[in-house]
Design a protein around this ligand. Structure first.
Ligand SMILES: Cc1cc2nc3c(=O)[nH]c(=O)nc-3n(C[C@H](O)[C@H](O)[C@H](O)COP(=O)(O)OP(=O)(O)OC[C@H]3O[C@@H](n4cnc5c(N)ncnc54)[C@H](O)[C@@H]3O)c2cc1C
Length: 387
């Protein structure tokens, strides 16, 4: 792909969606600049702009394949940093009573903390793509609108002009609202009530701990919605996330937290909690809805501006789809730019249509899992649940 002389793009947010978007944009433009409001730590530690990063994260195969294609050798680098390879039978899934499966996640499946994945991808991006720069501690306040186009961003009163702005600023992004205040239509929003609450503890992982690497345990959905996930992470640690829906939050008091784990279909997670001192208190997170902004239905959008990642769709985390969805959306963006060009008035419509196709399947799954969800049933829910 030949890059247009003098062309540039700005990505708002250096989360997983922002890093992956910058990676694809670096194929199409001379200079990509990521602006991130957090100070980005050198070490793989959680940061305030990505509060979900303290909780168990699993990268599904689709996301892993896309990342491996963009960053050859990334898996080796992650392994060298302590990511844990998952053997055949690495995923244990138990759901209510006796039903469980042990799935082979494939030879490249790795388990790690979300901060390790993000920091390693960030380092790799900067090393591998010299036309990408990241400026941290820089919060974008607003967009520069000129003649119906976004011509740049505004930071502390200063304008930063560019050919394309992509907002990867997460679930609570404000930029579509800012555009609505300036006369552009706001996207329709679909929300499915989940009232999810989770609590996470990090505990040491001992050599004789359970052989299988990832455990997902879901209580009998007919009785309750409690779930637990235990993923191995760098530094010989387990990240244990217990969760539930509709205000049945895991307690933060350690003994009660362990009792909550005892409600799961097997004692696997509770036993690990019982036999060791945790390294952290119970860290909590709440999400009221799975939420989708239907940007694909917008009949008028400003040129030079897109949103991507959780800003389009943020899902019930039980399904672990967010990072992989962002990777597939970034791929779709690359295809749309290759076809229409960076400054084309058709780019937004073309990209949003493709992004909607990416988001449709995980959205249907997340919206269909009855009875975790509340609100009107979407089309096909009964069929998916029977399946
Ligand atoms: C509890 C929980 C568990 C999850 N588990 C999984 C899992 O197992 N697997 C999976 O694939 N996904 C999981 N997800 C979803 C996943 O975390 C997200 O989908 C994924 O991180 C993509 O997010 P993003 O980059 O779009 O947004 P975010 O991660 O929210 O990043 C947004 C970035 O933008 C920055 N920012 C915001 N506003 C501005 C501004 N004005 N100026 C500059 N910077 C700004 C923020 O500081 C942040 O760095 C989980 C989510 C939750 C809540």
């Amino acid at each position: 792909m030949s890059k247009r002389q003098g062309s540039s793009a700005i990505v708002i947010g250096a989360g997983m969606a922002g890093l992956m978007t910058a990676r694809v944009l670096s194929d199409h433009v001379e200079q990509v600049r990521i602006l991130e409001r957090d100070r980005l730590p050198e070490d793989a530690i959680p940061r305030s702009g990505v509060p979900q990063g303290r909780h168990a994260h699993v990268l599904l195969a689709a996301g892993q394949w896309v990342l491996d294609g963009w960053f050859p050798g990334l898996a080796d680098e992650l392994r060298a940093e302590g990511a844990v390879p998952l053997d055949a039978g690495g995923l244990v899934w138990r759901q209510g009573g006796a039903s469980w499966t042990a799935s082979d996640l494939g030879s490249c499946a790795l388990s790690m903390s979300r901060p390790l994945l993000e920091t390693t991808v960030r380092r790799r991006l900067l090393r591998q793509r010299p036309n990408v720069v990241i400026t941290d501690e820089t919060a974008v306040d607003s967009l520069v609108l000129e003649n119906g186009r976004v011509a740049g961003v505004q930071v502390d009163g200063a304008q930063h002009r560019t050919g394309l702005v992509v907002a990867c600023s997460g679930r609570h992004t404000r930029f579509l609202d800012l555009l609505a205040e300036r006369g552009f239509p706001a996207p329709d929003v679909s929300a499915v009530g989940i009232e999810m609450a989770c609590g996470t503890r990090v505990v040491p992982r001992l050599p004789d701990d359970v052989a299988r690497a990832v455990a997902v345990e879901v209580d009998d959905p007919a009785q309750s919605h409690r779930m637990g996930m235990m993923v191995p992470a760098e530094g010989n640690r387990w990240i244990i996330t217990l969760g539930s829906f509709h205000d049945d939050a895991p307690p933060i008091e350690p003994a009660a937290y362990e009792d909550f784990a005892r409600c799961l279909p097997s004692p696997l997670i509770a036993d690990v909690l019982a036999r060791t001192e945790a390294l952290t208190p119970v860290l909590t997170y709440r999400m009221s809805t799975s939420r989708r902004r239907h940007v694909e239905r917008l009949d008028r959008t400003p040129g030079g501006f897109l949103v991507l990642g959780d800003a389009i769709c943020s899902l019930n985390p039980l399904h672990a789809q967010g990072m992989s969805s962002a990777a597939l959306q970034a791929q779709a963006l690359s295809r749309a730019i290759a076809r229409h060009g960076l400054t084309s008035p058709h780019l937004a419509r073309a990209f949003y249509r493709q992004a909607a196709t990416v988001v449709d399947a995980p959205w249907r799954l997340a919206a269909a899992v009855d009875p975790c969800t509340s609100g009107p049933e979407s089309a096909g829910t009964g069929l998916i649940n029977r399946y």
